[in-house]
Design a protein around this ligand. Structure first.
Ligand code: FAD
Length: 396
């Protein structure tokens, strides 16, 4: 009996894994995606996706429903409440200034996952399963993969999109670097009495950003970064007391706030895989890189990986070349961008929490220049995309 060998087995049912699987199957690769949760939990978190990311998702037919379900982001305002001796001026960056109607859309994570899973289930050449990977070994011209439900798969290419604790990364022997930060993020969704006017508000505090991103009518997603030991104290408060503190801390910029839905808490760290590819294995998304939620970097960068990998494997398939021959080019496409963005976010996050006068002065001088000098501000937005301070536009 002939043994069925998949072209690609994608491990991970998060946004990166589902988008990879859909993209590969659409290019004619026989694909299975595993680790897709049967139930999607609403974690009250959202992801701001840049216009360039949505352009890519449009090629997969995924952008239109996301835009419909998400909220447009027209501007970002940075407000320094570090209490530094030299304070940065409040600066607003508008997408319209660089001729763009919007920077992107903010979409609830649960909505992204639901839409991507439905699309995956409707995609030809693609099987969706909830099984987890246990391990794999090389056998001839493919890999033999063992799953948690006791079954096996054979695949030419194995893609690790299984998040920060990636089993695929570990089983492939790909080492990684981790830098824990003295920070955690409290996350929740808020209803507020003032209109956000499609503007994201990013308050810079000594413990990290305190950010409101529009996600609905009179609704914003909050990401509040603070010292880990302080999260316990905050989470022990009643929802009403916490909401009052958020209103106070934001100087009621959005009026009075009310917390709706779940409150989450995430420890922050930087993680970078030393390689994106090993033999027949490739990593995408947070299996390859993760960093603090500053400047809406994470999933945008992960979807850049997806775009590059789908392109390279699709080309190899189209040309009738061995699929594994495409992987080194994928690693080359992505390595520099991943390293630079991880280092950039790390540097800016560290500078913000450092409480060192030279860093405060540099930030204040930079923001004053951008506030006052239109061409400089526009250049920063063109280079930086969504958040000029953290430089978030993925490299092409
Ligand atoms: C507070 C916060 C705010 C953020 N805001 C933004 C933002 O505005 N914009 C942005 O771009 N990014 C943002 N991010 C980052 C973004 O949320 C992540 O980058 C993204 O969700 C990671 O997606 P992923 O698919 O790579 O990994 P994950 O979402 O972690 O998915 C991993 C998947 O792998 C599965 N899995 C795990 N182990 C196995 C196994 N052994 N076998 C099979 N499957 C397995 C899991 O079940 C899961 O489905 C934010 C992050 C945080 C913490």
């Amino acid at each position: 009996m002939e043994v069925k060998v998949l072209d690609t087995l994608v491990v991970g049912g998060g946004a990166a894994g589902l988008a990879t699987a859909i993209g590969l199957a659409q290019r004619g690769l026989q694909t299975e995606v595993i680790g897709v949760p049967q139930e999607i939990r609403d974690d009250s978190r959202s992801a701001a996706l840049f216009a360039t990311t949505l352009d890519f998702l449009d090629t997969l037919g995924l952008a239109a429903p996301l835009k419909k379900a998400g909220w447009p982001l027209a501007a970002i305002r940075l407000i320094d409440i570090t209490g530094a001796l030299v304070r940065s001026p409040t600066t607003t960056f508008k997408a319209a200034e660089i001729g763009q109607p919007l920077f992107g859309y903010n979409i609830p994570n649960a909505t992204i996952l639901k839409l991507f899973r439905e699309a995956a289930e409707d995609t030809q050449n693609l099987t969706v399963s909830s099984a987890f990977i246990e391990g794999f070994r090389e056998t001839g011209d493919h890999l033999l993969v063992t799953l948690s439900d006791g079954t096996e798969r054979r695949t030419r290419i194995l893609i690790g999109a299984d998040g920060q604790k990636s089993r695929v990364r570990e089983a492939a022997g790909i080492t990684h670097r981790v830098k824990p930060y003295p920070q955690s993020a409290i996350t929740c969704r808020l209803k507020h009495t003032k209109d956000h006017e499609d503007i994201s508000l990013e308050f810079h505090t000594r413990e990290g950003p305190f950010t409101f991103v529009p996600v609905g009518d009179y609704e914003s997603a909050l990401v509040w970064i603070m010292k880990p030991e302080r999260t316990e104290e905050k989470l022990a408060q009643s929802r009403e007391a916490l909401a009052q503190e958020i209103t106070r801390r934001s100087a009621a910029a959005l009026g009075t706030v009310e917390i709706i839905g779940n409150i989450g808490c995430v420890p922050l760290q930087k993680l970078v895989a030393d390689k994106l590819v090993e033999g027949r294995v490739a990593l995408v998304g947070e299996a390859a890189h993760a960093f603090p939620p500053i400047g809406a970097q994470g999933l945008n960068l992960g979807l850049k990986d997806v775009e590059a990998l789908v392109k390279r494997l699709g080309e190899a398939k189209g040309a009738g070349k061995p699929l594994e021959s495409a992987l080194p080019a994928y690693a080359k496409d992505r390595k520099m961008d991943v390293e630079m963005r991880s280092a950039g976010v790390d540097m800016l996050n560290s500078a913000l929490i450092a409480d060192l006068l030279p860093f405060d002065i540099a930030r204040a001088v930079g923001l004053t220049a951008m506030k006052d000098i239109g061409p400089l501000r526009r250049l920063a937005m063109k280079v930086g995309g969504w958040n000029p301070i953290f430089g978030t536009k993925g490299a092409a």
